[in-house]
Design a protein around this ligand. Structure first.
Ligand code: SF4
Length: 703
């Protein structure tokens, strides 16, 4: 913290939004944030995007929760209820902290005593710090006695992580995005970095300008294609056809790295056999890309000295998301484009701390550092450390928890900082589940769509009000510092998790965030040599680090893989159709995603004045040709309908959207795209198919 003329203080911190993890300077005057600038961090070199620079005023919003709330006995509970314009104090009454915490913990404890741990679940948050994530998963495992703990990683890169764990033994990126600057060939597939990782995108554009081949593959056109050597606008849902065609060419033309495969890779022969039928000529019609283009991309990627792959939700949010990622892993493994500078596999992580929250164990199948809860030896270590028996079975994932509420299996939940009423697929089903819970505790900074369903609401702290560490997409553990005090009676998230734990009978005596970090780091080999003091001192340390006084390793997998035999493993993938394809009744494909100005469910950015002024209303975007073909007009109100429901939105003409498709962002509560999405899951990552379902559209007055 520095005093700077014109400001009362300037606090060095990190951006609260995307996984790029830009370092920031937060200027405070008269108890308010008045300016945010970029610092010279490894991930951003002074740059910020519009969200990081102008999206800070949500912290000072008049809508912040400042007092604990308890649901009134006569307040209706229904997933279908329209809460727009409803005064919160007709649903909730204000309470003291003592009463609210007793009610919150007491309700959970009573369900635990009556029905056992299986009746409880918790959603932590990828927006919170590593310390909050560690404490939250510990609370669920130790205090609730279950592994039913998850967070929104399940909705973003769960399938990528499943494939990476299987293929290379680690879910984290093998190289930072900055390494694009060292690559000769960069593939960006199923990601829109200029929208969702804008500062990372600047490195891709710079690399292309300096001569690297930039291959952008996406069913929607996008800005980055203006900088690309190859732009492949392929048919949605045909990723495996296109990627297997690339693998086919590399094998047919012997462009693979035989020496590397022999030393480091298993499964090559099975892959060779599988992709025989996927010639570019056979796949061109399937994926909509000419065979010669597929051959050129395969040759460009394989023959470059250094090639790197970046991917996003377009790969992962499918019922075949794990298969999509398996193909990308196979590309890197057979060409040896991994483990060296300028090469590798990089799933671009979405939220500021989704990497860290997953690392810290906020997932139902793993303790911290991806150690299986079903492994008796590992579980034994935690039982010794935490002093009690732990659930030997993996827990339920996000969508499975929603289904288990409907089945009456789960009766109580604690949700910290997540907004499943907006983020989960088939929203009506998800909201009805939240309404059905016998006891729901929500801890957040706003009365989110999820909090409206709560029995107890605990007002918590915004990113700019707390101290903690966050791990970005590059594996950089970075420190976030408080610039402001929480408003009113709002309290620190970590303290509230501890309060709930203590009131449920846990002997927890944490005194500080650093104490939590130190305990967490003691059980996480990935954080070895990265002490709290070091992160405070250096601001940012990449894991793994070989020594306290040595920088962390930007590149991993240089000497084999952390798998049981040290080899990378190829799992060939078959072409499977999306779960729900267009038909006569629903002839269009609906795909969902984000906008540059709004972040995820919009809880923060829709309350940020500048950002919401730029994108103020819910939209559905279609190609102008498709709009004309259907007799619709840009700017009119339309109804988009799927088998799950109907949503009204303003129709936007967008040449980036292909014919036959509708794109909707999922951040608008008045036009909630997730009311329409298909909850069918990828069998491995348990991620829903947000990127593809059958839909129809009509003028609002015609349905
Ligand atoms: Fe924040 Fe991401 Fe923008 Fe950087 S790129 S300023 S981390 S939202």
């Amino acid at each position: 913290t520095r005093a700077v003329q014109a400001f009362d203080k300037v606090v060095d911190s990190v951006c609260p939004f995307c996984g790029v993890g830009c370092q920031t300077s937060v200027a405070v005057k008269d108890g308010k944030i008045v300016q945010v600038d970029g610092r010279d961090g490894y991930a951003n070199e002074n740059r910020l995007c519009v969200k990081g620079r102008f999206g800070f005023d949500y912290v000072m919003s008049a809508e912040r929760l400042t007092k604990p709330l308890i649901r009134r006995d006569d307040a209706p509970k229904s997933g279908d209820i329209d809460l727009s314009g409803v005064d919160p104090l007709t649903i909730f009454r204000e309470a003291t902290w003592e009463e609210a915490l007793e009610r919150a913990a007491g309700g959970l404890k009573s369900l635990l005593d009556t029905h056992g741990g299986k009746a409880l679940a918790g959603f932590g948050s990828a927006k919170g710090s590593n310390e909050e994530a560690y404490l939250f998963q510990k609370l669920v495992r130790q205090g609730f006695g279950t592994n039913n703990v998850d967070h929104c990683t399940r909705l973003c890169h769960a399938s990528s992580v499943a494939a990476l764990m299987e293929g290379v033994g680690s879910g984290a990126v093998s190289a930072p995005f900055n390494d694009a600057m060292k690559a000769e060939c960069i593939i960006v597939i199923g990601a829109r970095p200029t929208t969702n990782h804008p500062v990372a995108a600047t490195y891709f554009k710079q690399a292309a300008k300096l001569g690297a081949k930039l291959v952008v593959m996406d069913p929607r056109k996008q800005d980055l294609m203006r900088h690309a050597s190859h732009s492949l606008v392929f048919k949605p849902g045909t990723d495996v056809a296109m990627l297997n065609a690339l693998l086919h060419v590399i094998i047919e033309e012997k462009l693979y790295d035989e020496q590397y495969i022999q030393a480091n890779v298993s499964g090559f022969e099975a892959l060779r056999e599988k992709v025989k039928d996927f010639s570019p000529e056979a796949m061109a019609e399937v994926c909509g890309i000419e065979a010669e283009v597929l051959r050129d991309v395969a040759r460009t990627y394989a023959t470059a000295e250094r090639s790197i792959i970046f991917w996003g939700m377009g790969i992962s949010q499918h019922t075949h998301g794990t298969d999509n990622s398996r193909c990308l892993i196979a590309l890197a493994l057979i060409t040896g484009h991994v483990g060296r500078p300028g090469t590798g596999l990089h799933p671009l992580r979405g939220q500021n701390n989704v990497q860290g929250a997953s690392d810290a164990g906020l997932i139902p199948m793993y303790f911290p550092d991806y150690k299986s809860v079903e492994n008796a030896d590992i579980r034994g270590q935690y039982e010794n450390f935490w002093g009690q028996a732990l659930d030997p079975k993996r827990g339920l994932t996000v969508v499975e928890i929603i289904d288990a509420i409907h089945d009456g299996e789960i009766r109580g939940m604690y949700i910290q900082g997540e907004n499943p009423a907006m983020s989960d697929p088939d929203q009506t089903h998800a909201r009805q589940a939240l309404a059905k819970l016998e006891h729901l505790v929500v801890q957040d900074i706003f009365l989110t769509e999820t909090a409206w369903h709560a029995d107890v609401v605990l007002p918590a702290s915004a990113h700019a009000e707390k101290l903690g560490t966050y791990t970005n997409t590059n594996r950089q553990v970075q420190i976030g510092r408080p610039a402001l005090e929480p408003p009113g009676e709002a309290r620190q998230d970590w303290e509230l998790i501890v309060e709930i734990g203590r009131r449920m009978g846990l002997d927890w005596n944490y005194k500080s965030v650093s104490e939590v970090y130190t305990e967490m780091a003691s059980v996480m080999p990935s954080l070895r040599n990265i002490s709290w003091e070091r992160v405070e001192r250096e601001e940012s340390v990449i894991y793994p680090a070989d020594a306290e006084d040595k920088p962390g390793n930007e590149i991993i997998f240089s000497n084999g893989f952390p798998t049981s035999d040290g080899r990378g493993r190829i799992t060939p993938a078959d072409l499977l159709p999306p779960d729900e394809v267009p038909d006569e009744e629903y002839p269009l494909v609906l795909t969902t995603g984000r906008l540059l100005e709004h972040w995820h469910t919009g809880a923060m950015t829709r309350r940020a004045g500048v950002l919401n002024a730029i994108e103020p209303v819910g939209i559905a975007a279609m190609n102008p040709r498709e709009i004309a073909r259907r007799g619709l007009s840009q700017g009119e109100m339309v109804k988009v309908e799927t088998r799950r429901g109907t949503v009204e939105a303003i129709l936007r003409a967008d040449r980036e959207v292909a014919d036959g498709m509708i794109f909707m962002p999922f951040c608008f509560n008045e036009s909630p795209a997730n009311k329409l999405t298909n909850p069918m899951l990828d069998p491995y990552g348990k991620i829903p198919e947000f990127k593809y379902c059958a839909a129809q559209i009509e003028a609002a007055d015609e349905i």
